[in-house]
Write a protein that binds this ligand. Structure first.
Ligand code: ADP
Ligand code: ZN
Length: 731
């Protein structure tokens, strides 16, 4: 367990990292008995006591008499040197205070509350000086316990004595107190259990991944395979190899709703469930998980992006499933991309990374082209399943009645599926009933009072809601602008409105909406998904929730209601996103023995992105995208950072942004370009106005240090906030 950490003798000066908002380490004296570098401790801070971790030797420079001592060393495995290194490097990369990283790495309250060791009693070599009736009962009870280890309280109960009786016997050596590890709450996974027999293709891919594990060194592999090709089956072989090698493994999933299906697969493969880490897990469970990960008792963790900051003792493999998914980017607090930080963490602890996707991000694709990542392809679907046929439905020639979104051609296709007893999915990436509510008297569109966003009608709840801030109001009768009554009308479709149309159009069909806001809990959602997969619906209407990884064996038709939706706007990533989403959704069809069809309703069938989606000429698509980005020096060929300024005062943000744009010498020195200030992608949230400055630099430019130097010139005041977003999602 010794990873080269220094031990500090009592009284020596140590620096401690806490979660205090001031971005600095605090000096303390090591406590009686000394402490290890990385040890979790309690330190006095003003009148309070806070948790911290020993980061290194103290910096000094304060009056030594004023330096206080560490109050307590917690009974928690110390933070390993590689973890400290990782936190420091994430902080440096994302320009985040190290103190904020501490919070990420210890996001489990009551760190010292569930010690891994418990004190138990056993018969000692000594004899009691005096044999009394209670003492006899204690010794008899202990002898009768027959090797079962008893804690002091348990023995008190058994013998019917107070604990002073037992303490007396301990003092005389008749009973010894010993420490023993608590039982692990997790069952052992057995990597030696046989997996499913793999196809040649799959076996070849699995062997490549296993080679990487055997080397015990760092490496990243992009595992690219169409949905249903067996990527999960293949990377579970890498997990097996990692566990065989006695190292821990981590599998990141983009969506909590996917975990339970995955847990079951792990149980089938390895005979026990892995540890789980995400926001749906209780605090007690999380505390145990954190602890067991640190002690090595959790062999495999399945979790959301924050699982990357768990204190693994010996991490050998990180799998990032659906690596292209934008939910790997944390958009709050510490702005990091879990996919990229997984690669960083693996490089520090000499682990392997597997990035799995049917539609990789342009970044990962480019990294394989450049030879930084290996690439393994699974080209065929497993078994008899074949990829869905894809076709465009040209909406310019479809005969569409008003307030209708299902074209006659799509309708005919659904009817055919209904007759065959198969399922259809109608995909529309819009929650609610209608995205816009407009007054037919004055043309006013109802917007959120706090955000730069329209209020979305949710008819089931009879409310208008803001999808940015959650503001919700009862559906008004009267236009808030012109006060005319009864003229408010929904414009455009959301999934709820589409459902209305589907129920009308397909009278006997069972229509079901799958949208994240319609379920109270991840559990309720999971149950519905399972029921639907088992055939409890004929037509599924879904948002992007259904695009991710679920298996619907009876589904043979996917109808995309608005394939052009993602192509509007100016975001450089729009094409990539649309391509990924459309291919993912289409991949839901025909996963079992029945072949599938995907029909895309579009007004621009000759748009290059739509054509690429239909033809499936992926490599050409990536290459064209890459060429375009390269010509513009955009990621992944250049680097970008977004600086978001926000304030309740709109004049202040722009003024401040202009000042920052003028004092840009530090950026000029690295040849970086600066755009803005301009309204941020979401220009107002929760009453705060937001403007964005975008910095673009060459790939090898020292972007972080230039940003640091540039930002250091400005002092924020009032309600102004600055946040730095390295590698922003939209640009
Ligand atoms: P992906 O992760 O690429 O979408 P999966 O690993 O989920 O693909 O595989 C799709 C389906 O095919 C799953 O139901 C899986 O159990 C099954 N499958 C894949 N490979 C095999 C195999 N070698 N033997 C048996 N079933 C397999
Ligand atoms: Zn709002």
């Amino acid at each position: 367990m010794n990873d080269g950490s220094i031990s500090f003798p009592e009284g020596s000066l140590v620096s401690v990292l806490t979660a205090q908002p001031l971005d600095r380490l605090l000096d303390y004296k090591a406590p009686a008995g000394g402490c290890l570098e990385g040890a979790f401790v309690i330190v006095p801070l003003g009148p309070r006591k806070v948790t911290g971790v020993i980061w290194g030797s103290g910096q000094g420079g304060f009056d030594p008499k004023k330096i206080r001592s560490v109050s307590e060393v917690l009974d928690v495995p110390p933070m390993r040197a590689e973890m400290r290194d990782f936190l420091q490097r994430v902080a440096d990369y994302t320009l985040t205070p190290l103190t904020a990283m501490f919070r990420l790495a210890t996001r489990t309250p009551g760190l010292g509350d569930s010690p891994s060791m418990r004190r138990v009693l056993r018969r000692g070599a000594g004899e009691p000086d005096r044999v009394t009736e209670p003492r006899m009962r204690v010794l008899d009870a202990l002898d009768a316990s027959d090797g079962q280890l008893l804690a002091i309280g348990e023995l008190c109960d058994l013998a019917g004595v107070s604990n002073s009786v037992i303490k007396g016997l301990v003092k005389q050596g008749a009973i010894d107190e010993v420490e023993t590890p608590r039982d692990s709450p997790y069952l052992q996974l057995d990597p030696a259990l046989p997996g499913k027999p793999l196809t040649d293709d799959q076996a070849q891919a699995a062997d490549l991944l296993k080679d990487g594990i055997a080397k015990g060194s760092y490496g990243t592999t992009l595992l690219k395979g169409v949905t249903g090709s067996g990527k999960t089956e293949v990377y579970l072989e890498a997990v097996a190899a990692c566990l065989e090698a006695g190292r821990q493994a981590l599998v990141l999933l983009p969506e909590i709703a996917l975990t339970s299906e995955f847990l079951t697969r792990v149980e089938t493969r390895f005979g026990a469930k892995p540890a789980e880490w995400h926001s749906g897990v209780t605090m007690t469970e999380r505390r145990r998980c954190w602890r067991m990960v640190a002690e090595g008792g959790a062999q495999l963790v399945v979790g959301a992006r924050s699982a990357l900051f768990l204190p693994f003792q010996n991490l050998g493999l990180i799998v990032v499933d659906e690596e292209h998914d934008s939910s790997y980017k944390q958009e709050d607090g510490v702005l990091y991309n879990a996919r990229d930080m997984a690669v960083l963490r693996a490089s520090i602890c000499k682990a392997q990374v597997v990035l799995a996707s049917a539609t990789p991000s342009l970044e990962s694709w480019q990294n394989t082209q450049a030879g930084k990542y290996r690439r393994v392809d699974l080209t065929a679907r497993f078994g008899t399943a074949v990829l869905p046929e894809m076709a465009a439905l040209d909406m310019r020639v479809e005969d569409m009645p008003s307030s209708s979104w299902i074209s006659p051609s799509l309708r005919a296709a659904v009817t055919k599926r209904l007759e065959a007893g198969e399922q259809s999915l109608l995909f529309l990436n819009r929650r609610g009933y209608a995205p816009v509510t407009v007054c037919r008297a004055c043309g006013h569109q109802i917007g959120c009072p706090h955000c730069d966003a329209r209020m979305v009608e949710h008819r089931f709840q009879k409310r208008l809601m803001c999808h940015q801030c959650g503001e919700s109001i009862a559906l008004p009768e009267v236009c808030p602008s012109c006060k005319v009554e009864g003229k408010l009308a929904p414009v455009g479709p959301g999934v709820e409105r589409l459902q209305e149309e589907a129920v009308q159009a397909f009278q006997d069909a069972r229509v079901e909406v799958l949208s994240s806001d319609l379920f109270g809990s991840a559990h309720a959602l999971k149950e519905r998904i399972e029921a639907i997969a088992a055939g409890e619906a004929d037509i599924i209407i879904g948002t992007q929730l259904v695009a991710k990884g679920h298996n619907f064996p009876l589904l043979t038709l996917v109808g995309v209601i608005d394939a052009d939706l993602g192509l509007q706007g100016t975001d450089m990533r729009a094409a990539e996103r649309t391509f990924q989403l459309m291919r993912q959704v289409a991949g839901r069809a025909g996963r079992a023995e029945r072949p599938g069809v995907a029909l895309l309703q579009t007004f621009q069938p000759e748009h290059p992105v739509v054509r690429a989606i239909l033809s499936g000429a992926e490599e050409d698509f990536w290459q064209a995208e890459a060429d375009e980005r390269e010509a513009l020096g955009m990621p992944p060929f250049g680097r970008m950072a977004g600086i978001i300024l926000s304030s309740t005062d709109v004049a202040q943000v722009f003024e401040f942004g202009n000042v920052m744009a003028r004092q840009r010498a530090a950026l000029d020195r690295i040849g970086a370009e600066l755009y803005g200030p301009a309204p941020a992608p979401i220009a107002r949230i929760r009453g705060r106005h937001r403007v964005r400055l975008l910095v673009k630099a060459a790939k090898n430019a020292p972007l972080q240090s230039a940003l640091r130097e540039w930002l250091a010139q400005f002092r924020v005041s009032g309600s102004l906030r600055i946040s730095v977003d390295i590698d922003p999602q939209s640009f």
